[in-house]
Design a protein around this ligand. Structure first.
Ligand SMILES: NC(=O)c1ccc[n+]([C@@H]2O[C@H](COP(=O)([O-])OP(=O)(O)OC[C@H]3O[C@@H](n4cnc5c(N)ncnc54)[C@H](OP(=O)(O)O)[C@@H]3O)[C@@H](O)[C@H]2O)c1
Length: 290
C-alpha cells in the first residue's frame, strides 16, 4: 500500500467523475489545491463551478462508447467515480450500468479505480458492519448501488470500493444540514428519526481518504465513515447545540412508520480504514467542535 501512482514524471492525471456533484466537486477542489496531480473532471448536465487547475469534460456515463473514448484519450492514472443518480428516470442505468462502463474503461487502460459506494447496500439489521458484510439492500437506491459494486468487482477487481455513510458539511452546509439549520433559525418545528442510525462522515475527511486511496493499491471494500453511530435525531440535537439554536423545535420521529422501508441501523466498523489510512476520520462531535 505504499506505491504512489502519481509519483511518475511527468505525472499522469487523476480523473473525477460527477465533479459538479457534492462529493466529486470537493474531491476535485482538494486535489487541485494539494497539487496532487493534474486534475481532470467530468460533468453531465450541470457544469461544475470552475476550479483553478481542473479541466472538465462533458460525459454521460450511460454512453459506453463515450466513456471508453474519453478514458482512452485522457489516460488518467486513477479515476474516482462519484457520478450517479439516486432516484428518478434512468437512476438504475446511471448508478449501476454506468458504474460498470466506467469500471470496464478504467480496466482497459490499466488505471486505478476508486468507486464510491454506500452503507445503503446493507440491510440495517446486523450492525456493526465490517467490510465482509454482503450487500442485502432493502430499497431501489441500495439495490442499484449493490449492482454497481458487483459490476465493479467483475470488471475492475483491483478497485477500491468505498462504502461511506451520511456525508456532512457545515460551511456551506450539505442539503440535510441546511434544512435542519434553516428550520431551526425560522423557529419551524421539525421531526427527525430516532430509529435510523448512520455513521456520519465529514466531507473533507471523505475527500482526503478518496484521494489517498487513489494513490495507493488497496483493493476491495473499505468502510470510510466517522466512528460515531448516531440517529438523525441525535445529529439534529448536536447541530442545534453547536450553533446555539433551540433544540426544542426538534421532535423525535420513527422512520419505520413511513411508506418506504429503510435500513434501521447502518453502523459501520471503520477499524480497517483507521489502520490503513493516514487521513483522520473525525466523529460528528469532533467535526462540530472544530
Ligand atoms: N452524499 C451523501 O451523503 C452520500 C452518502 C453515501 C454515498 N454517497 C455516494 O457518493 C457518490 C456521489 O454522491 P454525491 O452526493 O456527490 O451526488 P451528487 O451531488 O448527486 O452528484 C452526482 C453527480 O453525478 C452526475 N451524473 C448523473 N447522471 C450522470 C450521467 N448519466 N453521466 C455522468 N454524470 C452523471 C450528476 O450530474 P448531473 O446532475 O449534471 O446529471 C452529479 O453531478 C454516489 O456514488 C453516492 O452513492 C453519497
Amino acid at each position: 500500500m505504499t506505491s504512489n501512482l502519481f509519483g511518475e514524471t511527468p505525472a499522469r492525471p487523476l480523473l473525477i467523475t460527477g465533479a459538479a456533484g457534492f462529493i466529486g466537486h470537493e474531491v476535485a477542489r482538494r486535489a487541485a489545491m494539494a497539487n496532487f496531480a493534474p486534475v481532470l473532471a467530468t460533468w453531465h448536465l450541470a457544469q461544475p463551478a470552475p476550479l483553478e487547475g481542473v479541466v472538465a469534460h462533458r460525459l454521460d456515463i450511460t454512453d459506453e462508447d463515450a466513456v471508453s473514448a474519453l478514458l482512452q484519450q485522457l489516460r488518467p492514472a486513477a479515476v474516482i467515480h462519484a457520478a450517479y443518480r439516486k432516484s428518478g428516470r434512468g437512476a438504475e442505468a446511471i448508478t449501476a450500468t454506468g458504474a460498470g462502463f466506467v469500471a470496464r474503461a478504467v480496466a482497459a487502460i490499466g488505471a486505478r479505480l476508486v468507486h464510491i459506494s454506500t452503507d445503503m447496500v446493507l440491510d440495517g439489521e446486523h450492525p456493526p458492519y465490517d467490510e465482509s458484510a454482503l450487500p442485502a439492500p432493502v430499497h431501489d437506491y441500495g439495490r442499484a448501488k449493490a449492482a454497481a459494486e458487483a459490476l465493479v468487482r467483475t470488471y475492475a477487481p483491483a478497485a477500491a470500493i468505498v462504502r461511506t455513510s451520511l456525508v456532512c458539511r457545515l460551511d456551506p452546509p450539505d442539503p440535510a444540514t441546511k434544512w435542519v439549520v434553516d428550520s431551526l433559525r425560522e423557529g419551524q418545528a421539525i421531526t427527525l428519526y430516532t430509529d435510523e442510525v448512520r455513521s456520519p462522515v465529514w466531507l473533507d475527511d471523505l475527500a482526503d481518504a478518496l484521494l489517498e486511496l487513489a494513490a495507493n493499491d488497496f483493493s476491495g471494500v473499505l468502510n470510510v465513515s466517522g466512528p460515531q453511530a448516531l440517529s438523525r435525531y441525535e445529529m439534529g440535537l448536536r447541530l442545534a447545540h453547536c450553533l446555539g439554536l433551540n433544540p426544542a423545535s426538534i421532535s423525535p420521529g420513527l422512520s419505520s412508520q413511513g411508506a418506504i422501508r429503510r435500513p434501521r441501523n447502518l453502523t459501520l466498523d471503520t477499524s480497517l480504514a483507521r489502520r490503513i489510512l493516514r487521513t483522520r476520520l473525525r466523529s460528528f462531535d469532533e467535526g462540530l467542535a472544530e
